[in-house]
Every structure is written in C-alpha cells, then in structure tokens.
Design a protein around this ligand. Structure first.
Ligand SMILES: C[S@@+](CC[C@H](N)C(=O)[O-])C[C@H]1O[C@@H](n2cnc3c(N)ncnc32)[C@H](O)[C@@H]1O
Length: 259
C-alpha cells in the first residue's frame, strides 16, 4: 500500500508541468549554446541546424573568458545582438593571418569580438572600438581585464562617424589592418568609405549582417536598414578598390580585401 496516493489528474498535471519546465531549461541551454541567438530568427545558416551544431562543436576553440563573457552577455535582454562565436573566431584567425596590429571595431556591444581580436593581436596591438552605449562596455571590461588584454582595447564612446573622422584627422589613414562594421545599418555606406581610407592596402574590411535576416532577397521599401545593406552589397560587388567574398556564415559577412 503506497504511503499516499495521487489522483490521475494530479499526476497528469505534474507531468505536464515537468515537461514544460524541462522545455524551458533545454530551450535556454540551446539558445546559449547556439551563440548569438539572432541567428535563430530565420537567417542563414540556421543555428538549430544539426550540421551547424556539428561545425560549432568541431571548430570552436573558445577562450574561457570569451565563454564567460558570452554567457554574461546572454543574460542581457538584447544579448542576441552579440556577434556569432564562430564568426568572431574566423575574423580573429584572419587578423592573425595578415599579422594585424591595428583593428577597428564599429559597434562593440559587450566586446565579444573585440576580446577575440585583442587575444589574437600581439602585445603592442590595438583595437579601437566605436560604441555609443557605455553600459555595454561596462559589462565587457571586467572580462577583458581578467583576460589580460584590457590595455589593447580602446573604446571611444560617441557616434562611430565622429571617431572615424577623428582618426582620419589624426593622420591614421592607411594604418589599420582590419575593420569590422557591425553598428547601425543606415550608416554602413559611410562606415565602409571611411574604413577604406583607414585600412592599409592588403587589409580587410568585414561587413556584418549582409543578408539582413534573408530580407535582402525581398527588400521592403520601408525597411531603411535593409535598403542600406542592399545598396552597399550592390556597390561593393562593382567596387574595383577591393576584392571580395560574401560568406554564408551567421547573418552573412562580406570580406573586402583592399587593393
Ligand atoms: C550588433 S551590436 C555589435 C556586436 C559586437 N560587434 C559584438 O562583438 O558582439 C551593434 C552595436 O553598435 C552600437 N551602435 C549603434 N549605433 C552606433 C553608432 N552610431 N556609433 C557607434 N556604435 C553604435 C550599439 O550600441 C551596439 O552595441
């Protein structure tokens, strides 16, 4: 004889609640593992694709402090705007390949990509970051510090256009090795033009979100961000100042190699 007996209704209710709780926990874990959940929203490649899952599990070599920063960033309501881990690693590998020392980061957020870059650069290397929201930087800074690379990251809190103009006035044209454009989309064309001046010959400009969540396939006239990206994609295709590759990674990234 059991000590207590539960009615079928109570047992069924408990099972449903249990399944719901398990779903929430697994769902959260899935999102955290899938690095930058913005890519779960109908973008290429889909993060819930088992093949992409395989790729991540067999290629991501995430520094422990990058992982901690990612998990901390995902606690923020807007955490999903963080760059994708595999993409950040890819760009850091490219920076190493070209022996980069000076890097521009347009749109830093909590600095997952900036930290990736700082870890890849030599000790006298420098990441100049453009960001308007200091609260995001304050989230990232302790992680940069613990990783021992805080001295390599110099974030300017003001609109990116102003910072880029200041760098040009300071005579830094042609001195950057790598630039990553990942801030407000409406200004992408201006960022691209200024980066082309700041980056040296043989340097790389990486432009994020060039698929704009697949919307570039059917641009909406009222979506100004999509229009701006579409316009830049068309322009870069014909731009004789660069060689290009459009990579089907995350939300699409164009690599422009300055000639
Ligand atoms: C997609 S997030 C950048 C993600 C980041 N690259 C990473 O490693 O996770 C875009 C960032 O651009 C910043 N931003 C938006 N408009 C900006 C502007 N005009 N100037 C500088 N930063 C800007 C936002 O505050 C936000 O943090």
């Amino acid at each position: 004889m059991p000590v207590f007996r539960l009615s079928k209704e109570v047992l069924a209710g408990t099972a449903v609640l249990g399944a719901f709780a398990a779903g929430v926990i697994i769902g959260k874990k899935w999102a955290i593992l899938h690095f930058g959940t913005r890519n779960m929203h109908n973008t290429l490649p889909k993060r819930d694709d088992p093949l992409i899952d395989y790729v991540l599990r067999h290629s991501l070599r995430e520094h422990p402090l990058l992982k901690k920063l990612r998990l901390r960033t995902m606690e923020e309501p807007e955490g999903m705007i963080m760059v994708c881990c595999d993409q950040a690693q890819f760009m850091a590998n490219l920076a190493k390949l070209i022996c980069a020392k000076k890097v521009l980061e347009i749109g830093v957020f909590t600095g997952y990509k900036a930290l990736n870059m700082a870890l890849a650069l030599p000790d006298d290397g420098k990441v100049v970051g453009c960001e308007v929201n200091n609260d995001y930087i304050n989230i990232g800074k302790p992680f940069w510090k613990k990783a021992g690379v805080e001295h390599k990251i110099d974030v300017r809190i003001k609109p990116a256009i102003e910072t880029l103009d200041e760098l040009l006035v300071a005579g830094e044209a042609g001195t950057y090795d790598f630039a990553f454009i990942d801030a407000d989309k409406q200004s992408y064309n201006e960022y691209y033009e200024k980066c082309l001046r700041l980056v040296r010959k043989g340097g790389i400009i990486a432009i994020d979100n060039v698929f704009w969540h697949r919307k570039v396939l059917k641009p909406d006239k009222n979506d100004t961000a999509c229009q701006a990206i579409q316009h830049l994609n068309e322009k870069i295709l014909r731009d004789v100042r660069v060689n290009i590759s459009m990579i089907t990674m995350a939300d699409g990234v164009t690599l422009a190699f300055k000639l």
